[in-house]
Design a protein around this ligand. Structure first.
Ligand SMILES: NC(=O)c1ccc[n+]([C@@H]2O[C@H](COP(=O)([O-])OP(=O)(O)OC[C@H]3O[C@@H](n4cnc5c(N)ncnc54)[C@H](OP(=O)(O)O)[C@@H]3O)[C@@H](O)[C@H]2O)c1
Length: 312
């Protein structure tokens, strides 16, 4: 009797857990099948994770895809894979280290000379929660995730405007809500998780201000939270943490292909274009906390960033 009840209890509990996990992992797919023939797409960090899956999806739609990566070997390997899976030979890589302002400027110089247009820029690359410094003495998360993409986008704006209607999709994270920016210490580098959160909040302000500045110029901007995704970000951490995360990711996180869906949605969909400047997740606009919608802070961050990267 007790054994039967125990077995029944185990079966029911497992079923409930399975259904909860399935529900948690349920995500929407981008259903807009627009072709991108003749369009040029640039994806930072397209050699791994969400960036690589985005590259495959956009290559499938016929775009010329360029992945901008810091590691040439990884980039070459990824290009081969994207070509095969995307059924498109028009896939290329260029060298870019977002942790180095000289590298960004060199990259943009070559890109502007070599490429006639830029229709979609995807600011995807990022460093997870790590405490380190970039070549230019910015905290690693703020320097790569925000300032690197800030400089890159600004140097490529001419091409984006000339190719209008064009789009800039910037990857952020719902963890933005755990921190606020401190303008006395934008390079905050104390608690690893908080440095990441701040850089992802900066991505949101950047996207909003870019949208405001580009109003009427045919360049639209989107900030995307891709969901929690089984990508390769854990390789920056110890083996123990990686093993633990493998289990957690397997149970709760979605595959990279799924993580790329909202990015692709913002890159192609007419529906998304109606909400330019917005924050998106699960292939639809989402609501931000009020402090992350503060246009004054977004403008202040833009101006501070211009000074930091010597753009002004
Ligand atoms: N995974 C998630 O659960 C999750 C959740 C929310 C938001 N996001 C966001 O989604 C985006 C993609 O993340 P992911 O999960 O796909 O991460 P990932 O698998 O770790 O890929 C990150 C990419 O960024 C590149 N990168 C890092 N530093 C760089 C630098 N200095 N210069 C150029 N490229 C650099 C990496 O290149 P290497 O291979 O050379 O390191 C890699 O290609 C990020 O913006 C992340 O913040 C992810």
């Amino acid at each position: 009797m007790w054994l039967k009840m125990y077995i029944l209890f185990t079966i029911i509990t497992s079923l409930v857990c399975y259904l909860i996990l399935k529900w948690m992992k349920k995500r929407r797919y981008c259903t807009d099948l627009k072709r991108l023939d003749g369009n040029t797409v640039l994806i930072t960090g397209g050699n791994a994770g969400i960036g690589k899956e985005t590259a495959v999806a956009l290559a499938m739609r016929g775009a010329r895809v360029i992945i901008a990566c810091r590691d040439v070997d990884k980039a070459e390997k990824a290009v081969r894979e994207i070509k095969i899976r995307g059924h498109n030979v028009n896939v290329h890589h260029m060298e870019l280290d977002l942790a180095n302002m000289c590298s960004i400027r060199d990259f943009c110089k070559t890109f502007l000379q070599r490429e006639k247009r830029l229709d979609i820029l995807i600011n995807n690359a990022a460093m997870p929660s790590v405490l380190d410094w970039t070549e230019d003495n910015f905290s690693m998360c703020f320097g790569v995730n925000h300032l690197g993409h800030f400089l890159l986008t600004n140097l490529l704006l001419g091409h984006l405007k000339a190719s209008a209607p064009s789009r800039v999709v910037t990857l952020t994270c719902s963890n933005y809500k755990y921190q606020k920016l401190d303008f006395q210490d934008l390079n905050y580098n104390l608690l690893p998780f908080f440095t990441y959160c701040r850089s992802k909040l900066a991505n949101i302000y950047f996207s909003q201000e870019l949208d405001r500045m580009m109003e009427g110029k045919g360049v639209t901007a989107y900030a995307v939270h891709p969901g929690y995704v089984q990508s390769s970000w854990t390789y920056h951490y110890s083996i123990l943490f990686r093993m633990l995360m493998q289990v957690i990711m397997f149970m709760f996180f979605v595959p990279c292909e799924m993580g790329a869906q909202t990015v692709v949605y913002c890159a192609v969909s007419d529906e998304a274009a109606k909400h330019s400047g917005g924050y998106f997740t699960d292939c639809r606009p989402a609501t931000l906390r009020s402090f992350a919608r503060d246009a004054g802070v977004a403008k202040k961050l833009w101006e501070a960033s211009e000074r930091l990267v010597n753009l002004a």
